[in-house]
Design a protein around this ligand. Structure first.
Ligand code: ZN
Length: 112
């Protein structure tokens, strides 16, 4: 049985229709494709070494972020031979499982 959907939104990014409260399917696909491209590039670069390391993705024309050495520990730079798509968030590959900084066991690195 078909139920008319009343909670349809227009995506502010691409103009496609999607259900309210859900990720726009069109944007999701775009991000998925881009993410896969990055993963392939990571495979290419790092071969079969662990990919669970943090990866900093740089698109063409982007500079290596100015970060303290601490930041780069265990991180690899993956360069994409194209410009960053505008809709592609810089934070996309950051771990979503980051612990809230309530733990007192972790010292701020800038106090060293
Ligand atoms: Zn969209």
């Amino acid at each position: 049985m078909l139920v008319p959907k009343t909670n349809i939104k227009v995506c502010s990014e691409c103009g496609h229709h999607h259900e309210n409260g859900r990720l726009c399917g069109n944007c999701y696909k775009k991000v998925e494709i881009e993410t896969n491209e990055i993963k392939e590039r990571i495979q290419e670069k790092l071969a079969n070494t662990a990919i669970d390391k943090d990866v900093v993705v740089l698109y063409e024309g982007e500079k290596v972020p100015d970060q303290p050495n601490e930041f780069w520990k265990g991180k690899r730079i993956i360069e994409m031979k194209k410009e960053r798509p505008q809709w592609f968030s810089k934070n996309l590959l950051q771990k979503s499982t980051q612990q809230p900084s309530t733990s007192t066991a972790v010292k701020p690195t800038d106090l060293a």
